[in-house]
Design a protein around this ligand. Structure first.
Ligand SMILES: [Zn+2]
Length: 102
């Protein structure tokens, strides 16, 4: 098992999880149910973590994540409701869940 990605934003982590799963890579989320105890932990301890089950999938997963980030730099969009910047892969604003407008 190897850690491939972590972020404080659960919506982003879940998006990346879906993309990697769609590529046929087996992975799981760590810290998914820990938020209820967040008061006792430092914020970083409550970040969601994505782990690949097979170490051999690690390189492929990292490449996928970097390709997502690379693609996004030219296709970011801004929410019409809260003006938050969103990644191109998102169909909804990660902050207010407003639907993407084309
Ligand atoms: Zn928004």
């Amino acid at each position: 098992m190897k850690l491939i990605y972590t972020n404080e934003n659960r919506f982003i982590v879940n998006n990346i999880k879906n993309i990697i799963q769609n590529a046929g890579i087996e992975l799981f989320i760590k810290n998914e149910y820990i938020s209820g105890a967040a008061g006792d932990l430092s914020p970083f301890d409550t970040w969601l973590e994505l782990w690949v089950t097979q170490d051999s999938d690690y390189d492929k997963a990292i490449k996928l994540i970097s390709s997502i980030n690379h693609t996004n730099t030219s296709h970011d969009w801004f929410c019409t409701q809260c003006h938050e910047k969103n990644d191109a892969s998102f169909e909804f604003c990660w902050q207010c869940l407003n639907e993407k407008q084309n």
